[in-house]
Design a protein around this ligand. Structure first.
Ligand SMILES: [Zn+2]
Ligand SMILES: [Zn+2]
Length: 434
């Protein structure tokens, strides 16, 4: 069958609009819309058969949907009016009936059911173009700021706003606050139980009054008018440990933000003001969501400042020798007794890169230990009843416990916590001036 015969065959199935006809030949004739393709065929056929080209047709395939692109764009533009965005993408949820019609047409004329293009693809493109013209924003296939969903069956438009991810480093200046929100163990975060207000948490639903997360994200949610947030840290420190030195990398992900153009310098200042004396942040930029996986996957070694209390007097020489033994050694650690209720019991091997320090009293020492990701420091000092070997207590022959523990640096091993260029959306302005 030549193309002419094929077109006549298609038109013989019932009234069909220019778009639906053109869709079948979508891969022929570059730079044309499907509507133009369909119109061209109809014009040629009308001239050949000396017929009139019908301007208004009752299309049995799309039931007129191909002529509603402007209406869809109107709906979409109204929906996005309150949302700040630069890039968008269109998704169309086609009605099953129209999909069936398009397949049926292809079957009836004996061509492959997936030949040409379908209305869904045409709508994504054509409605997308109109929205671009009306709003001045750009279409972007990969991680756009918003996705505009056109639901043909319900004739409605839904907007999915992509989260905004802010990357930075935080320091925790005081002990006793967890990194993330910690739901109350009694009421499971609800704040109430069968007897009314939960007594354990006083109705707050939280085990701890504050967290690094809440101190940081309350400000970020306010600035972006977001709905909620998720906090992603490159690892976490114990509640009773400070996080000082160079700070710990984190990404705060704000869900459904209404504003995306935030001044990072002002945001950083407001965060630091709100968390004065507790948490300090340094923001580096707005990043792609891929940065979350990036900071989670990079193995990070840590350096700790450790305050040790011995049960008895320890000789200076003996401590020095013990630290020499620990330096560069692989430690075998069974899951610590203090976390065994929530972690699987297994033995892990972790390296101590360096171990330094000195006595500050006959029974106290101040150490600086640099260890591989996942090394348990409290157990390295106490031995945890022989579950960690070798350990400091055993080496000096005196029981020992960690009194204070602070993280002083988090360093990515074999990689970097700097944002790869392709993940960076917006830099902290002060960096730009450099
Ligand atoms: Zn049609
Ligand atoms: Zn509670």
């Amino acid at each position: 069958m030549d193309l002419f015969e094929q077109v006549e065959e298609i038109m013989g199935q019932g009234e069909i609009c220019d778009s639906c006809l053109g869709q079948i030949f979508a891969n022929r004739g570059h730079g044309l819309t499907n509507r133009e393709r369909g119109r061209a065929w109809k014009t040629v056929l009308a001239m050949e058969n000396e017929k009139i080209v019908e301007r208004e047709v009752d299309c049995w395939v799309c039931l007129g949907e191909s002529y509603r692109f402007r209406e869809w764009a109107d709906l979409a533009v109204a929906e996005v009016r309150e949302i700040e965005f630069e890039t968008y993408k269109i998704g169309t949820k086609m009605s099953p009936l129209l999909d069936e019609n398009a397949k049926l047409l292809r079957e009836l004329v004996g061509i492959s059911v997936d030949s040409g293009e379908f209305l869904k693809t045409e709508m994504n493109r054509e409605v997308g173009k109109i929205i671009g013209d009306r709003t001045g924003k750009s279409f972007q296939e990969d991680s756009p700021d918003i996705v505009i969903l056109l639901d043909v069956s319900t004739r409605s438009v839904e907007i999915q706003v992509s989260p905004i991810c802010i990357y930075g480093r935080y320091k925790k200046l005081i002990r006793g606050i967890p990194q993330t929100k910690w739901p109350c163990g009694e009421c499971k975060g609800k704040g109430t139980n069968s007897e009314g207000v939960c007594e354990r948490c006083g109705g707050s639903g939280k085990q701890y009054e504050e967290s690094v997360q809440e101190l940081i994200d309350s400000v970020a949610i306010g600035a972006t008018e977001g709905e909620s947030s998720t906090f992603h840290g490159a690892g976490r420190e114990d509640i009773d440990a400070k996080m000082v030195g160079t700070g710990r990398p984190f990404v705060v992900e704000i869900k459904t933000p209404k504003k995306r153009s935030v001044d990072l310098q002002i945001l950083e200042e407001s965060m630091n003001e709100a968390a004065t004396g507790k948490v300090e942040v340094e923001l580096e930029g707005i990043v792609s969501r891929k940065m979350v996986a990036h900071i989670k996957e990079l193995p990070a070694s840590k350096t700790y400042e450790v305050g040790v209390k011995f049960e008895d007097v320890v000789e200076k020489k003996l401590l020095k020798k013990a630290l020499e033994v620990l330096e560069g050694v692989e430690i075998e650690q069974e899951t610590p007794t203090r976390v065994i209720h929530r972690r699987a019991d297994k033995t892990r091997v972790r390296k101590v890169y360096s171990a330094k320090g000195e006595l500050i009293s006959p029974t106290g020492a101040n150490l600086e230990i640099h260890g591989e990701k996942g090394l348990y420091i409290k157990e390295l000092v106490s031995g945890d009843n022989g579950r960690t070997k070798p350990n400091l207590a055993e080496l000096v022959g005196v029981e020992a416990v960690v009194e204070t523990l602070d993280v002083i640096s988090v360093v990515a091993e074999g990689g970097s916590f700097r944002v790869p260029e392709y993940m960076l959306r917006q830099k902290e302005s002060k960096d730009m001036e450099k």
